[in-house]
Design a protein around this ligand. Sequence first.
Ligand code: URA
Length: 239
Amino acid sequence: MALLRIDKILSSQEIASRKEIKMLIKQGRIKADGKIVTKPEEKFDPENCEITLDDEPILYKRYIYIMLNKPKGVVSASRDSREKTVLDLLPPELRRKDLFLAGRLDRNTEGLLIITDDGEFSHKLLAPKSHVNKLYEAVVDRKLIENDVEKFRAGISEGGDDFLPADMKIIGENTALVEICEGKFHQIKRMFHAVGTEVLELKRLRIGGLLLDDKLSSGEARELSSEEINQALSREKIL
Ligand code: URA
């Protein structure tokens, strides 16, 4: 990896503000491989050098990957000056400057959302040719029947869009699991609309092989492990 300025390295990890970082360096509290760093412009390779604050190692992570259990009523926007967004829900230790959403959910949809600052990962996850399936639970306004399952399996057209065949499993009178491999605008709601029913509640349960952690309450977030990051990219079929 390229050499980076020590102040950039520290601020990318949200260790402290730029001003505070300057002060920490001035006070001699930052070391790189055991040597006191004296200037903010000094450069190091953060992946191959031990950086410490008050002799405590700073664990450098190039990218961060977060699972959020998105609540209803919050917008999936990276930045919105007027409204609270999903990024405002993150605790301080998970915040970074360049975070964005790897796939959005509608305001009234809840469930699994992945937030990261790794553009390449996000592209892999979202590109149609990656075939990463997503699983949703939908509650609709009428009884579901086998004919609905068949229509989803045959492929639905709505509002000028053709949706690829999707699997549906009826799990309650008006509740179903639906697996899709695309992520078109309002896709699940539009697919149900096309078969004459409206979605009352929608929750995303899974992306690829990554399940929403049922220990995360609505609005809570946590970092993904490297195993989970790979699971999210898995092409496995769900239903
Ligand atoms: N489909 C929808 O209609 N809404 C979502 O938020 C996600 C999928």
